[in-house]
Design a protein around this ligand. Structure first.
Ligand code: IPM
Ligand code: MN
Length: 350
């Protein structure tokens, strides 16, 4: 064998709505970064989502899941469609993937990038939200009794296992140690006293062991501080639903959903992690050419960093920063061209 080229197998799961539009741009940039940095991606198309479901009735066939398990990563566009009842794809595809692959961390950086206006004119935010991704109110415990009677009762139970809480806090503490050393637990310990107590006790143990400085905010106050004093946060750790809500708020404060990236991580790398923009399928703008691919590109940067291609990840980040600093772009195509140009320039100056 001659020169050794690193190769990664990545499933491309474009999904619904604008998912295919934004991931096409991200894929192209990842390939360009690969050429610059000496790796190739063996892309495996994975056509799941609403169209596949409406045609076949399949949401996530077992053989497809088995194939996904063998990949190094998954690049996902968006899941959800108005033609499919709520929950079918969200629970059956996205959440099932998170649970089956045990992707217990949902990592969502929230940084106000240069050139992006802060919506309320205050200081910018540079935080990372570590969202527990396999438990809590998302676990699916609960049910409906006395359906369609006057006594109908619906419950959703929040499941918090000690092991699940601890592994999430340990990951967040590790990240905090690499950053400012400060970790903020967000919960609602004054009302959710059972789960809150578990999270708080384990957070103190992990903080004592790792030496991170532990701070705490109730989730309602955390929303207020995110707007009024975002500088108080660095690494935030929280449960599944609080993290879902807080990360949309964080996105709004850092340039909107179009710029927000996420990684559903298996930190031990015993299987693939899934990278997806925080935005949804955005059916209102499908086909208009207006979808912003930056969230998908930044999610791909998280993917490259997770795969060990840190230099390529930094280049993708830098390309997005450069386009934003020049005023951004107004269409998917304009973004694609501008990002490719900036990436080429980064390659040229090396
Ligand atoms: C997200 C989304 C999902 C979630 C939905 C689509 C199930 O809102 O990734 O934040 O609630 O986790
Ligand atoms: Mn969400």
């Amino acid at each position: 064998m001659g020169d050794h080229v690193r190769t990664y197998t990545v499933a491309h799961l474009p999904g619904d709505g604008i998912g295919p539009e934004v991931t096409a741009v991200a894929k192209d940039l990842v390939d360009r970064a690969g050429t610059m940095h000496g790796f190739t991606i063996d892309w495996r198309p994975c056509p799941l989502g609403s169209k596949h479901y409406l045609k076949t009735g399949e949401v996530l066939p077992d053989n497809v899941l088995a194939d996904l398990r063998k990949t190094d990563a998954v690049l996902l566009g968006a899941v959800g469609s108005e033609e499919v009842p709520p929950g079918v794809l969200e629970r059956g595809l996205l959440l099932r993937l998170r649970f089956e692959l045990d992707l217990y961390i949902n990592l969502r950086p929230a940084r106000l990038r240069p050139g992006v206006p802060s919506p309320h004119g205050s200081a910018g935010m540079d935080a990372v939200v570590v969202r527990e991704n396999t438990e809590g109110l998302y676990a699916g415990a609960g049910g409906i009794v006395h359906r369609d009677t006057a006594f109908e009762t619906a419950t959703e139970e929040s499941l918090n296992t000690r092991a699940g809480v601890e592994r999430c806090l340990r990951y967040a503490a590790g990240l905090a140690s690499q950053r400012s050393g400060k970790l903020t637990l967000v919960h609602k310990t004054n009302v959710l006293t059972n789960a809150g107590s578990l999270w708080m006790r384990v957070a103190h143990l992990v903080a004592a062991e790792t030496g991170v400085q532990l701070d705490y905010a109730h989730v309602d106050a955390a929303c207020l501080y995110m707007v009024s004093d975002p500088g108080r946060f660095d690494v935030i750790v929280t449960d599944n639903l609080f993290g879902d809500i807080l990360t949309d708020l964080a996105a709004a404060l850092t340039g909107g959903l179009g710029l927000s990236a996420s990684g559903n991580l298996n930190p031990e790398k015993t299987g693939p992690s899934i990278f997806e923009p925080v935005h949804g399928s955005a059916p209102d703008i499908v086909g208009t050419g207006k979808a912003n691919p930056a969230g998908a590109v930044l999610s791909s940067a998280l993917m490259l960093s997770h795969l060990g291609e840190a230099a390529a990840a930094l280049d993708l980040e830098a390309a997005v920063d450069a386009v934003l600093a020049a005023g951004g772009a107004t269409s998917t195509d304009a973004w694609a061209t501008a990002l490719a140009d900036e990436l080429g320039r980064l390659g040229g100056v090396r």
